[in-house]
Design a binder for this molecule. Structure first.
Ligand code: SF4
Length: 251
């Protein structure tokens, strides 16, 4: 069904449809909605799972690739393994379009000139400033002109995501759709899907990195630690968002 109006009422209806709580059905809905969408990827296990689901929809109907592409934020501080996973996905899913968004050169040059290469360790303010330059501003450009975006967020990833619905209106980005098909999945569901479908997986995951981010701001976690404990590990858990997924989103 082609979607013409995605207002609060329609979003509530979509969230109440039990069939759309399934990730495969939610991706099918996205492919058939006629909306211009993009899948945001950090090349985590969740994101490559979504890329695989999207590729299946494109295989079924090649015109879906014209409406939905994959984008990633090339912050300049990514792990080598993440870039390798990107290339693996590019080769494995040639029908999909992968678009990288880089930070503004002048902003990065000024940041490093004035504060050095590791200012994010000094204060939350500095960390948020670096995230703004390398992630938030490029994301804004990546979302320009879109009807919505697709994310690999899951409720069980963080205290800040506990009430995450599949469908949201993203008030931080002009009221576009924010679709999180894996919202109710547990980590074990992701790995089961990856194994059963031969989905590319970022090698960092098997080295103790449940969450993929920038290299200097992400560490491996110990068994039993929170999945996001390795992200900005020097900060309080309530601050652990980079501004890409702000708290103003509503279902
Ligand atoms: S995660 Fe770290 S390096 Fe990456 S943009 Fe944020 S502060 Fe900068």
């Amino acid at each position: 069904m082609l979607e013409t109006t995605l207002d609060w009422k329609r979003i509530a209806e979509l969230n109440q449809d039990p069939a759309l709580q399934s990730a495969g059905n939610a991706m099918r809905w996205a492919a058939e909605s006629g909306l211009k969408l993009a899948l945001a990827s950090s090349f985590s296990a969740e994101d490559t799972t979504l890329i695989h689901l999207l590729a299946q929809e494109v295989q079924r109907d090649s015109s879906a690739a014209e409406r939905i592409h994959v984008f990633y934020l090339e912050t300049g501080r990514l792990h080598e393994e993440t870039l390798q996973t990107l290339e693996e996905c590019r080769k494995r899913y040639p029908a999909l379009r992968f678009e990288g968004y880089f930070p503004q050169r002048e902003s990065v040059e000024n940041l490093i000139r004035e504060q050095g290469l590791f200012s994010f360790y000094d204060s939350i303010e500095n960390r948020k400033n670096c995230c703004f330059i390398r992630k938030v501003e490029p994301l804004k450009r990546a979302l320009e002109g879109l009807d919505g975006w697709i994310t690999g967020l899951r409720q069980s990833q963080a205290v800040t995501r506990a009430n995450l619905p599949v469908f949201q209106i993203d008030s931080d980005h002009g009221g576009i759709l924010k679709l999180s098909p894996l919202s109710s999945w547990q980590e074990a569901d992701v790995y089961k899907y990856i194994e059963e479908n031969g989905v590319p997986v970022n090698p960092l995951h098997s080295r103790g990195y449940p969450s993929i981010g920038c290299a200097p701001c992400t560490r491996a976690v110990e068994a039993g630690e929170d999945v996001r404990a390795g992200r900005w590990w020097w900060e309080n858990p309530e601050h652990k968002e980079c501004g890409l997924h702000a708290s103003g989103d509503k279902s």
